[in-house]
Design a binder for this molecule. Structure first.
Ligand code: ADP
Length: 168
């Protein structure tokens, strides 16, 4: 059984085995939660991302996939980087958003992570409507078989917290 917990706050302040990053496909950092993770986690994360680019992801990490690095100075063992889809009004990209959660949990299982903290992937710069993103996130975690014991959604503001609370 996986327990789902909601907390409001800054994911870079969390203690967990793995912290999920809403990365972009370059893996070279960006704004939002990505920028915050690299700032607080320090240069070891970016170094590991550069190595991954060189070895496996020269064309970038595809949307919906996930990959792990060190967590640097964060209070975690790993950062799992996943690339959310950009919201589209004309195309249903829900399967890709669900894939971010499923693939992150798959990587967490491979690593042996028991506690995993997720941000609300795609709901910032990528503009996914919060209520819909919260539904996809919680449904996907509930429907994914995993050895992860605790999934913690770390919601940055009241609006995100309320949207996730509606789903649980
Ligand atoms: P994306 O490009 O996937 O939309 P963003 O980082 O722009 O990624 O936003 C994803 C979500 O993360 C947004 O809801 C944003 O408010 C939230 N967020 C930004 N900074 C943090 C943080 N430090 N901790 C947790 N969530 C954050």
């Amino acid at each position: 059984m996986t327990t789902i917990r909601l907390v409001q706050g800054d994911i870079t302040r969390e203690t967990a085995d793995a912290i999920v990053n809403a990365a972009n496909s370059s893996l070279l950092g960006g704004g939002g939660v990505d920028g915050a993770i690299h700032r607080r986690g320090g240069p070891a994360i970016l170094d590991a991302c550069r190595d991954l680019r060189a070895s496996h992801y020269g064309k970038g990490l595809p949307t919906g996939q996930a990959v792990a690095t060190t967590a640097g100075n964060l209070d975690a063992r790993w950062v799992i980087h996943t690339v959310g889809p950009v919201w589209s009004a004309s195309e249903d990209r829900s399967a890709l958003l669900a894939s971010c959660y499923r693939e992150s949990l798959r990587v967490a299982d491979e690593l042996g992570a028991r506690t995993v903290a997720f941000p609300a992937i795609s709901t910032g710069v990528y503009r996914w409507p919060m209520d819909d993103a919260a539904r996809i996130a919680t449904e996907t975690v509930r429907d994914t078989p995993t050895s992860v014991e605790e999934v913690r959604f770390v919601l940055f503001d009241d609006r995100a917290y309320e949207a996730f609370a509606q789903q649980t």
